[in-house]
Design a binder for this molecule. Structure first.
Ligand SMILES: [Zn+2]
Length: 306
């Protein structure tokens, strides 16, 4: 499978607002009038949502609320400012950051409001490989794992990514020095994977299958493949090579799965403590050696053998 099979705006995933703005793609839906959003309160967490999308808002809201509680119990009792907007395609242009394609999760200007799609959309569909053109076991798995009312839908994967973004909010609220961009992204996927595996195992198949497929493709045609390149060419990568950026994100998802399988849920807390304890920037050698000693040898091995 060559990289040319990736969709042009492959980026999405859980990119950050800065990168997203740089690669903004017009969604061209400015002809609808603005509707008021309804509000759902889950404890302290506010979920604003488009009319007729209470069920979608409740799903994503409860997922984030549950993840937040889980992190409070297993990491530390931190108050993390975070609220959600769950938007229909019609409301998206009025409430999302300007010009973003429908379905791309992103933080709004206040830095604590995550905007996500309430409806299935082309952007998600583009992330799913065509089962007819891929090998087993994905050829068979994808239609089953992502079956929604008889159709294949990536929403089972994308709805979960709100927890990755919640992870960034946690890092920000604790003022963590995440040391490297790749470690920040990997850690958000570790937080997501740990929560789903521990508390929402029914969604594990959806969380693991697309990343396992994309992480395993032949990377020979990719311009960027190393963690050093991800670090040094982060902006160019996101702006000029969004599908290449997407490949890294799927690799981070898959790495988070392997780490969880090897090291268990405790890894999440150990990595948190590690980052809290090392506020100064570490050299590459120090970072890997300390990750090995203080977090888990398999994490250091994954980094070394990336
Ligand atoms: Zn991220």
């Amino acid at each position: 499978m060559t990289i040319s099979m990736f969709p042009v705006n492959f980026i999405i995933m859980q990119t950050h607002k800065f990168l997203i703005l740089a690669i903004a793609i017009s969604s061209s839906l400015f002809c609808h009038s603005q509707n008021e959003l309804d509000t759902l309160l889950l404890g302290e967490m506010r979920v604003m949502y488009s009319k007729d999308h209470l069920a979608d808002a409740t799903f994503v809201g409860q997922l984030c609320y549950g993840a937040n509680d889980y992190f409070k119990e297993t990491i530390e009792p931190l108050d993390v400012p975070f609220q959600l907007m769950v938007l229909s395609q019609n409301d998206w242009p009025h409430y999302s950051a300007p010009g973003l394609i429908y379905g791309m999760p992103h933080y709004k200007g206040d830095g604590k409001t995550l905007a996500v799609a309430a409806e299935d959309n082309d952007f998600w569909r583009m992330q799913l490989p065509d089962p007819a053109s891929i090998p087993s076991p994905y050829k068979e798995l994808i239609p089953v794992v992502y079956n929604l009312n008889g159709e294949i839908s990536a929403r089972y994967f994308f709805d979960l990514l709100a927890v990755h973004e919640l992870g960034h909010a946690w890092h920000f609220a604790a003022n963590l020095n995440t040391q490297r961009r790749w470690l920040s992204e990997l850690y958000c996927n570790i937080m997501l994977h740990t929560y789903i595996a521990e508390e929402k195992a029914e969604f594990l198949g959806a969380l693991e299958t697309i990343p396992a497929y994309w992480a395993g493709i032949d990377a020979g045609d990719l311009k960027y493949t190393t963690l050093k390149q991800f670090e040094e060419d982060y902006w160019t990568l996101g702006v000029e090579n969004p599908f290449n950026y997407g490949w890294y994100q799927f690799r981070f998802h898959h790495a988070a799965k392997l780490l969880y399988d090897e090291a268990g849920a405790e890894l999440n807390k150990r990595l948190w403590d590690f980052l809290k304890n090392h506020t100064d920037k570490l050299s590459d050698e120090e970072l890997i050696s300390l990750l090995e000693k203080e977090v888990h040898p398999f994490l250091a091995e994954l980094v070394r053998n990336w």
